[in-house]
Design a protein around this ligand. Structure first.
Ligand SMILES: [Zn+2]
Length: 599
């Protein structure tokens, strides 16, 4: 039902989202600007979505766009790949877009007869010069003949437009309200018929929404585990008040999870998160086993929830505010992603969801992942942060040789700083104190008009202020420099010992293999390794070793187990469609994960 215009006079910008063609994945978004700029109004769609540092050019999914001034059509001139200029209009200017929404990820929009998932960055044009103004969003229910099951309900942390005619009720279609454009973009919307559960953590409401077919989903178990994680994190940042951070923007926090066969990922928002997970990773009613997959799902929940503080409110200065038209460069993603990766597992432990042994196993896996990549010796985590846009988010077959992950090495830097601070303060201080200082200084009032972020070179000073420990040498060597964080030595000071990795059984080609149809492809050839020295290249198709066909990565391993390191094998491979032959001297078996244990 259309909403009468006179009800919306205090909010001069209105958006209307209507799913119009579910089978064709199209929605119509109408933007009405009550007071367009007198010399013509510029509008644009973001080029990227905060939290995912890649230029995605969402405007390429706009199929049709037109502008009207009252009933009159007005000229719309395209200025660049994502901006338009509407000719001057006295009175309200209306811009209507038809947008294609068929991106199965947490980053864009996805619509079919079973559900709709929408990020504002894919839908809502920015009104240049009026970004600070409040706006209304009307969500329109799809035609019941187009949906598979109904009725659909709405799940979002965006507040309903209370007190306005046509306001949505909780989970309903109708009007929602955002205090400004930045907020409008930061509350994604799920609509459909998902499985839903809710809980409170220190009095604050949380909702868990699972879209996709999941038989036997053990919601009660998920709720119980997630509640413990959320309570532990809230008490960590606000030990005295235990106030949840999102209450500055919303009444509740929403976990919206899209369940698929093999998905994994998440994107953080100020009062919600969009997750993707594999069906097989979710617990089944009646089976209390804690699988690796379920631990991974809980780690994802913990990670995205920690971002509610660390990156959604404590931010690098480069993100305060975001410039959504272009890359926003910062050398600090090792803090915002790396520390979040460190604390996601730490909070599984502190919440009692996993035990110490399981935690040390996760840590060992991270250490092994970092040490496997020769790229860590070529790029620092500060450089990796800066280059996220062109390198970390655009990985190829050579990435392990060329770059380091600010997630994994960033989390080891966090661990190293934590232990360095503990040792330097006779156990009185830790990285926790640094997080809480950043929260008080930058995070707590971020959306209350104190929009200020952490400066690029401020981090050592923050540590000194919070703990009295000078970590500048640590940062120079392991963050700005490319040295390996001495994890084993540092853990030993905390009474945690290390057993060397148990090597695998088969001598190694020093490659990462990938099955591709019935072929085995060299996904990565590690620099300086056996295959590299023998002349093989990434993307070569491995056919036979000493004349024996290899059909799967497991078959390669099984065959190599018949050899010893140092032996030379004859390898046939296709490069493009040309058959080649190489002689490769086999290397020592690849190192497995180290084992960390207390005592
Ligand atoms: Zn993250």
């Amino acid at each position: 039902m259309p909403v009468p215009a006179h009800d919306m006079t205090d909010t001069p910008i209105h958006y209307r989202l209507a799913p119009i063609d579910l089978a064709g994945h199209r929605c119509e978004v109408t933007l009405t600007i009550d007071n367009p700029a007198p010399d013509g109004q510029i509008v644009s769609l973001p080029a990227w979505i905060p939290g995912s540092y890649l230029i995605r050019e969402f405007a390429r999914q706009i199929e049709r766009i037109e502008a009207r001034c009252g009933r009159r059509k007005v000229a719309l001139t395209k200025l660049d790949k994502h901006s338009w200029h509407a000719a001057p209009c006295r009175g309200a200017l209306t811009i209507t877009c038809v947008i294609y929404a068929w991106d199965l990820s947490v980053r864009a929009a996805h619509l079919d007869e079973t559900h709709g998932f929408f990020n504002g960055t894919s839908l809502f044009l920015r009104v240049h010069g009026q970004e600070h103004l409040p706006c209304l969003l009307e969500l329109v229910e799809p035609d019941s003949r187009q949906i598979a099951h109904g009725p659909w309900r709405v799940y979002t942390s965006l507040p309903e437009a209370r007190g306005v005619a046509g306001a949505a009720r909780r989970h309903g279609f109708g009007l929602y309200r955002a205090p400004d454009y930045d907020a409008l973009l930061d509350h994604p919307i799920e609509m459909g018929t998902p499985q839903v559960a809710s809980f409170t953590a220190h009095g604050a409401e949380h909702e868990m929404v699972f879209t996709g077919i999941v038989p036997g989903l053990d919601l009660a178990r998920i709720v119980s585990d997630c509640q413990r994680i959320c309570e532990a994190q809230i008490a960590f940042f606000e030990p005295r008040t235990r106030r949840a951070p999102f209450l500055d923007s919303a009444e509740r926090y929403v976990f919206m999870t899209l369940v698929t066969g093999d998905g994994y990922g998440g994107l953080e928002h100020r009062a919600s998160t969009a997750l993707m997970t594999s069906r097989n990773d979710l617990p089944v009613i009646g089976n209390p086993e804690q699988t690796d997959g379920y631990r991974g799902f809980l780690g994802l929940v913990s990670h995205e929830y920690f971002h509610t503080w660390n990156v959604k409110r404590i931010k690098p200065a480069a993100f305060a505010p975001y410039d959504l038209a272009r890359e926003n460069y910062t050398r600090l993603l090792w803090v915002f992603e790396g520390f979040t990766s460190f604390y996601d597992d730490v909070f599984l432990l502190r919440a009692g969801v996993i035990d110490r042994k399981a935690y040390l196993k996760l840590l060992a896996r991270t250490v092994a992942a970092v040490e496997r990549g020769p790229g860590r010796l070529k790029q620092s985590v500060a450089e990796s942060s800066f280059d996220a846009w062109s390198r970390y988010y655009r990985q190829d077959e050579n990435s392990p040789n060329a770059i380091v992950s600010y997630y994994t090495k960033g989390s080891l830097a966090a661990l190293g700083l934590d232990i360095t601070i503990r040792n330097g303060s006779a156990g009185k201080r830790s990285l926790d104190d640094v997080m809480r200082l950043m929260w008080r200084t930058y995070g707590r009032d971020f959306y209350q008009g104190r929009m200020q972020g952490v400066a690029e070179h401020e981090f050592a000073e923050l540590i000194l202020e919070a703990t009295g420990v000078d970590a500048s040498e640590f940062i120079a060597r392991y963050v700005d420099g490319r040295e390996d964080v001495p994890v084993r030595e540092l853990l030993a000071t905390q009474g945690i010992r290390t057993q060397p990795a148990k090597p695998g059984l088969s001598p190694s080609l020093d490659v990462r293999l990938r099955a591709q149809g019935s072929d085995v492809v060299l996904a990565t050839v590690y620099e300086g390794g056996a295959a590299h020295r023998g002349g093989l290249s990434a993307l070569d198709v491995l056919l036979a070793i000493d004349g024996l066909r290899v059909g799967t990565p497991a078959a390669v391993d099984a065959l190599l187990a018949r050899y010893r390191p140092g032996q030379i094998v004859r390898i046939h491979a296709f490069r493009r469609d040309e058959l080649r032959e190489y002689r490769v001297r086999l290397a020592e078996p690849a190192e497995g994960e180290p084992v960390f244990f207390a005592g």
